[in-house]
Design a protein around this ligand. Structure first.
Ligand SMILES: Cc1ncc(C[n+]2csc(CCOP(=O)(O)OP(=O)(O)O)c2C)c(N)n1
Length: 313
């Protein structure tokens, strides 16, 4: 969570300084949810399908911020060799599904990867599939969730309800009582947590992922928070009512988690300061390296969609 916050703070500053082209999407308010997904998964064994606000999950899963920095800054040495402007990258060979811009499309890709593992005779694996409240209303999400339920795939569908799909509030997104009802409708086991409460999210996510891994079928988790930033860094989120922002003023997941880990006796204030300093240093180095690296050269580049092979991994 600290690494993601440090990275995204720097990223936002670079964007505002005109150093990044295209959009910048950050997960302020989502960090506890994302970190608690990644921390229970095993890279190379499980499947992880991060959405646009899952930087903390990518870090917890084990990807370095250098990968994200290289994508954002268009480095030819990055995993996408300078072809991706922001968050649409993954490493399918390690179990990370690339974030797909068309909302909902990644759900069926992850379902396919889970079915492939089952057909290969693998056991004890699980997949976390991240979607937002808005994404629950997309047709392809419904089709994939229904398939996941019918096939009893070991999937955990995490719906981060940050109360807005871009500028559309929950009240104009769905008419059911709660997004939990959607999971019930699919026939999945359901869970809910306050996604700004790190300890609660850690427990709920741990239970859901363990249940999927143990063969209890797909799990639907609704994690509630507020998007504490714009849809992208180009958006000032003026449509989020001041009253709502005030309600969440003391619920920044980082602030809550820092307090909770100290109350639990897991870390001291000095430990946290050390972690923050290490994160700041790693972010600084990643950004500096990615900024120095060359952009792709169209005259010599041999990349093609069908012949693509991971070069660095
Ligand atoms: C099928 C489709 N429709 C619309 C968009 C444009 N779009 C990108 S993100 C977004 C909002 C998504 O909301 P939500 O799923 O709640 O996630 P959040 O951005 O709030 O984290 C929209 C409408 C898209 N990418 N794909």
């Amino acid at each position: 969570m600290e690494m993601a916050r440090a990275f995204e703070t720097k990223l936002s500053a670079l964007y505002k300084a005109g150093k990044i082209f295209g959009g910048v999407f950050i997960g302020r308010g989502h960090e506890a949810i994302a970190a608690c997904e990644g921390v229970y998964l095993q890279k190379g064994h499980d499947v992880y399908t991060p959405f646009i606000r899952e930087q903390a999950g990518r870090c917890a899963w084990g990807d370095s911020v250098l990968d994200s920095a290289q994508c954002y800054l268009g480095s030819a040495r990055g995993i996408m060799r300078g072809r991706e402007g922001n968050v649409h990258w993954g490493k399918p060979h390690e179990g990370t599904v690339a974030t797909i811009s068309h909302l909902g499309a990644a759900v069926s890709v992850a379902a396919g990867m889970l079915m492939a593992r089952r057909m290969q005779g693998k056991t004890n694996f699980a997949g976390v599939i991240c979607i937002g409240d808005g994404t629950t209303s997309v047709g392809s999400t419904h089709e994939a969730c229904n398939l996941i339920a019918v096939e009893k795939l070991p999937a955990v569908i995490v719906v981060t309800n940050n109360q807005f799909a871009y500028s559309t509030p929950n009240s104009q997104e769905f008419a059911c009582r709660s997004l939990m009802d959607r999971g019930v409708g699919y026939g999945m086991a359901t869970h809910e947590c306050d996604g700004t409460d790190f300890l609660q999210t850690l427990q709920v996510m741990g239970r859901a992922i363990a249940a999927a891994r143990a063969g209890e079928g797909p799990q639907w988790v609704v994690a509630n928070t507020l998007r504490m930033c714009g849809h992208g860094e180009h958006d000032d989120a003026a449509y989020i009512p001041q009253e709502l922002k005030k309600q969440y003023a003391d619920r920044d997941p980082l602030a809550v988690a820092r307090r909770q880990v100290q109350e639990q006796g897991w870390l001291t204030a000095e430990d946290i300061a050390t972690i923050q300093a290490e994160c700041a240093e790693e972010v600084q180095q990643a950004m500096a390296q990615a900024q120095k690296e060359p952009a792709p050269n169209p005259a010599t580049e041999d990349w093609s969609a069908t012949s693509w092979k991971p070069t660095r991994y």
